[in-house]
Design a protein. Structure first.
Length: 280
């Protein structure tokens, strides 16, 4: 009996250590200030931030402010703040700054001098100069953070579920569209591809080629609609129709934005035609 008690205590201790290690790992992965999900609350601890922790502090502040800016737009008011925060992190991942060149170090040092004044004086509301210096601090090389997501151009493709975010890299001039899908069934979100991946959907591309041999996907944002709510076999599908360009066009469907099926097609000037079931 005594041995059993000893083994039980040892097991409990091991489990406690395991959970402690997992917690440490999670905290490390989130950064030192990952527990703060409000820019105002994070700003309150500024005076206690050590020099070696400033990278994490300003990085977290940048992500939070950008997410809070998105939240102010009416079409995003139903989206959970946590989702927008994770989206911002995905679009603007942490940019390694340990290998800065001399110019980068100079830019960061100048930005920090300005930031010190704003944070010490708590002059943080709607401050464009502050945000410019935050961007310079977290990305002095003008790489990742010169990608701007214009909230006013966000399109709600499916209410509360699917959004298109247009972005522009101010450094290269490159435009890119991100699609944010909120999976309600799992209370989760993903940045997804609207155009099927050719490697993973060979059968889909074979079907498209069968009906429209010269078809090419449009680069513009498509229209998306949900399946029929009253039909249990159809309700979970998203139907996607590429932007109309007065040429051949298709409509296809998916449940997870990984696997796609062609549902109908139209040759230029003709009526829409449903796709026959694949032969087994």
């Amino acid at each position: 009996m005594e041995n059993e008690n000893i083994n039980y205590k040892k097991m409990r201790r091991n489990i406690t250590i395991l959970f402690a290690l997992l917690s440490m790992t999670f905290a490390f992965g989130q950064g030192k200030y990952g527990k703060y999900l409000s820019s105002k609350k994070l700003a309150m601890v500024y005076k206690s931030v050590k020099d070696q922790d400033k990278d994490d502090f300003y990085q977290q502040y940048y992500w939070l402010v950008k997410a809070e800016q998105l939240k102010t737009y009416p079409h995003l008011k139903e989206v959970k703040p946590k989702v927008l925060y994770e989206f911002v992190k995905k679009v603007n991942p942490q940019n390694p700054t340990k290998k800065l060149d001399e110019r980068g170090k100079e830019l960061r040092a100048t930005a920090e001098l300005s930031l010190n004044q704003y944070f010490k004086n708590k002059n943080l509301d709607n401050n464009a100069v502050l945000m410019y210096n935050i961007e310079t601090y977290v990305d002095p090389s003008k790489g990742q953070y010169y990608t701007k997501v214009d909230a006013e151009k966000i399109k709600e493709l499916v209410p509360k579920e699917l959004f298109a975010f247009n972005s522009n890299n101010r450094n290269t001039g490159e435009d890119k569209t991100y699609y944010l899908w909120i999976d309600k069934s799992k209370d989760d979100f993903n940045i997804v591809d609207i155009i099927p991946d050719e490697k993973d959907n060979k059968a889909f591309y074979a079907r498209v080629k069968q009906y429209l041999p010269s078809y090419k996907f449009s680069k513009y944002v498509p229209s998306v609609k949900k399946g029929t709510k009253t039909d249990r076999t159809d309700a979970d599908f998203y139907y996607i129709m590429p932007f109309e360009q007065n040429t051949d066009n298709i409509e296809y469907k998916t449940k997870d934005f990984k696997n796609f099926e062609l549902s109908q097609y139209r040759k230029a000037g003709d009526e829409w035609k449903g796709v026959e079931k694949p032969r087994k």
